[in-house]
Write a new protein. Structure first.
Length: 326
C-alpha cells in the first residue's frame, strides 16, 4: 500500500473502567472481580488510534472535560502522532464508561457521554480544512449528532466519502443515511437498519442467505455505495452497490475480550478502502484487526500496528479464504 491515507474521525473520549469477571452477573448479583483495567477509549477514539497505527494520517474531532480524562487524551494523541488541534475543552466531565468482561470475552457496558455531547455544528465548521483533506470521514453515535451531521454535510459538499457505524444503535434518520457512502453494522444494528431479524445461522454462508433479500430491499431506499455486516466469530459480509457480495471468514482466535473489536475492524476497513486496495483484501484486513484485538486484553493496548498485523495475518493466512459471490 504505497498510497498515503488520510482519515477524519468524528471521535469521542470514554475513560473506560473495566472489571474482569469469571462470568457476567445476573440481576442483583454481586461478583468478585479477578482484574481491573483503566484506559482511555470510546468508539471514535479507538478508530482514530487504530487507523493511525496502521499508517494513516488522522484528524480527530473530540470534546473533553477540563479534567484528568482530557489531559489523558491529549497525552495519548501526542504519543500516537495525532494532532490535538480539534480537541475542544468544556466545563463538563469527560465521557466515562464501565464494563464487565467475562472469561469467555462477553461483556456488559454502560457509558456516560459527558463532554462528547457538547460538540456542536460550529465545531464541524472549524474542522472544515481537515474534512476537505481527508480520503474518508468516519462517524459513530457516541458523539454529538449535531456535529456528526455537519461533518457529513461538509464531506459530501467537498466530495469526501463518509463511513458511519450507527452504534450505539438508534433509529437513523433517512436524511443522515443519505449522507453516508459506507455503513458498517453488527448484528444488532443490522436488525434495526435492514430488518433482518435475529441472525440464527451458525455459518457465514447461512447468514448471507438470511440477509441477502433484506440488503437488496435496503439498497432500493439508500443511495450509498457499500454496506458491511460484521458477524463476530463467523466473519464479515460486504455488499457493494456495484459488484459482487464479498464473504470473509473470521480469523480463528480464542477471544479474551471482545470490547473494541468492532472498532478495530472499522479501522482496518477504513485504512484499506482509503488506500484503494480491493474490497476482498480490505475486508480480510478488517477481520484480522478485529481478531487481533479480541485475542488480547485491553482496547488501545490491543490495537495492532501495521507490522503486528502483517505478522498476525501471515501466521494464519493458510486458513483464510475470502470469497466474492454473485
Amino acid at each position: 500500500m504505497d498510497k498515503s491515507v488520510n482519515v477524519f474521525v468524528c471521535a469521542n473520549l470514554v475513560m473506560a473502567y473495566c472489571w474482569l469477571v469469571a462470568r457476567l452477573p445476573c440481576a442483583a448479583e454481586t461478583l468478585r472481580a479477578d482484574g481491573f483495567l483503566v484506559e482511555p477509549g470510546g468508539k471514535g477514539l479507538n478508530v482514530a488510534v487504530g487507523t493511525r497505527r496502521l499508517g494513516a494520517e488522522v484528524s480527530a474531532l473530540v470534546g473533553v472535560g477540563r479534567d484528568s480524562g482530557g489531559r489523558c487524551l491529549r497525552d495519548l494523541f501526542a504519543a500516537e502522532g495525532i494532532s490535538t488541534e480539534l480537541v475542544f475543552d468544556f466545563d463538563t466531565p469527560s465521557g466515562h464508561g464501565a464494563g464487565l468482561i467475562g472469561a469467555n470475552g462477553e461483556n456488559l457496558i454502560a457509558v456516560y457521554p459527558g463532554a462528547n455531547d457538547r460538540l456542536e455544528a460550529s465545531h464541524a465548521i472549524l474542522s472544515q480544512a481537515a474534512i476537505a483533506a481527508a480520503d474518508l470521514v468516519y462517524g459513530q453515535f457516541e458523539t454529538s449528532l449535531g456535529v456528526l451531521w455537519e461533518c457529513f454535510r461538509r464531506a459530501r459538499r467537498d466530495g469526501v466519502r463518509t463511513a458511519l457505524n450507527p452504534s450505539p444503535w438508534q433509529p437513523t434518520a433517512p436524511q443522515l443515511l443519505a449522507l453516508c457512502d459506507i455503513l458498517i453494522v453488527n448484528e444488532v444494528e443490522a436488525q434495526g437498519l435492514i430488518g433482518c431479524g435475529d441472525l440464527v445461522q451458525d455459518t457465514l454462508m447461512g447468514c448471507l442467505a438470511q440477509v441477502r433479500g433484506h440488503v437488496a430491499d435496503f439498497f432500493r431506499t439508500w443511495s450509498g455505495e457499500l454496506l458491511v455486516l460484521t458477524l463476530g466469530s463467523r466473519g464479515a459480509l460486504a455488499f457493494p452497490r456495484a459488484g459482487n457480495c464479498v464473504a470473509a471468514p473470521a480469523y480463528p482466535v480464542t477471544a479474551l475480550d471482545s470490547i473494541g473489536a468492532g472498532d478495530a475492524f472499522a479501522a482496518g476497513l477504513l485504512y484499506g478502502l482509503g488506500a484503494g486496495i480491493p474490497l476482498p483484501d480490505a475486508l480480510d484486513q478488517a477481520n484480522a484487526c478485529g481478531a487481533f484485538m479480541a485475542a488480547h486484553r485491553g482496547v488501545l493496548s490491543a490495537l495492532p500496528t501495521a507490522e503486528l498485523l502483517r505478522d498476525f495475518r501471515r501466521g494464519l493466512a493458510a486458513v483464510q479464504t475470502t470469497t466474492s459471490l454473485p
